[in-house]
Design a protein around this ligand. Structure first.
Ligand SMILES: C[S@@+](CC[C@H](N)C(=O)[O-])C[C@H]1O[C@@H](n2cnc3c(N)ncnc32)[C@H](O)[C@@H]1O
Length: 290
């Protein structure tokens, strides 16, 4: 059995990330979602090169700054970071984006991401940002709520849950929201009935798909020739964006800019899922720039 670890966040698919990125001495490395630096530490140990770490969460940035004294640590969302680095004409041999939330986000009820632990309706990855889950839940129209539940949550009962939410206002806490969403799904289900509602609101609060869709083309310019890009996604909407983008860039034309390193996404082994349940839905796709 794996010994108990005090790591704040266990990196997912680490061996696969190292296999596809194949870091070598002197490589420059950009981590767009550095979090608590699990992937970054393993990669930096192999490259001994320039390291640039990005995260929109101040807690993560504080940990990264302590842990990586030689790295450039940027407290920004990755779209803003890609725009800044593009303006500076920077290029990197290795780029990693391990999307979504970290374990401290999910485990700290105060951050408002947890369905089961009671906390405020927050869900901001960057607590400095204005828009919160509280605003979405309490001020967006029923039509807007239906739309995000349908598109970001892929929730079959989107309209019913949006109506229940509007009727139950004001809602203050995560468990209140979870209880309202659960009313649309009486009886037992394998996943918590509010899972899709929480996913939808979290994606809306953090503009997760907008960030990814706009940053992907910039990542192409930030990759040096021969450079490798790896992206880990945690839900089908993100994975669809990544898959389509990589497929377009690695098309059949002889001058296609990318070559795929993963024809199918790499996923976690049963052993990894047992020791790190967050890895259950992780999908890794990677490509190399020609
Ligand atoms: C899954 S964790 C990354 C964990 C990291 N690979 C590690 O090994 O510790 C995702 C991190 O990305 C950050 N994040 C998510 N979306 C972001 C975005 N659009 N811009 C910047 N950071 C983002 C989150 O705050 C979180 O810390």
């Amino acid at each position: 059995m794996k010994p108990h670890t005090l790591t704040l966040h266990e990196p997912v698919l680490l061996a696969d990330v190292l296999q596809v990125l194949a870091p070598k001495s002197g490589d420059t490395y950009l981590d767009l979602t550095a979090g608590y630096g699990g992937h970054a530490a393993a990669i930096a140990d192999m490259t001994h090169g320039e390291v640039t770490l990005v995260d929109r969460d101040q807690n993560a940035v504080d940990e990264l700054t302590k842990k990586f004294t030689q790295a450039a640590v940027l407290h920004q969302d990755f779209l803003a970071a890609c725009q800044k680095l593009t303006k500076e004409n920077r290029q990197f041999d290795l780029i990693l984006a391990d999307l979504g939330v970290s374990s401290p986000h999910l485990n700290n009820a105060e951050r408002g991401f947890s369905i089961l632990a009671d906390g405020p309706l927050d869900m901001r990855m960057d607590p400095g940002q204005e828009l919160t889950a509280h605003q979405v839940v309490n001020t967006w129209s029923e039509a807007q709520l239906t739309e995000i539940l349908r598109t970001y949550g892929e929730e079959p009962k989107a309209a019913q849950i949006a109506r229940l939410v509007v009727q139950a206002r004001p809602l203050e806490t995560t468990t209140q929201l979870a209880a309202v969403a659960a009313k649309a799904w009486p009886g037992h289900s394998r996943v918590h009935p509010a899972t899709r509602t929480f996913q939808a609101i979290r994606i809306a609060v953090n503009d997760e798909l907008g960030q990814l869709a706009q940053a992907l083309p910039l990542m192409m310019g930030l990759l040096a020739p021969g450079g490798r890009l790896a992206i880990i996604s945690f839900h089908s909407l993100e994975d669809r964006l990544v898959k389509q983008f990589l497929k377009e860039q690695a098309g059949d034309a002889y001058d296609a800019p990318l070559q795929l390193l993963t024809k199918r996404p790499l996923v976690a082994s049963a052993t990894e899922v047992i020791s790190n349940p967050r890895a259950r839905s992780a999908k890794l796709r990677a490509a190399v720039k020609k």
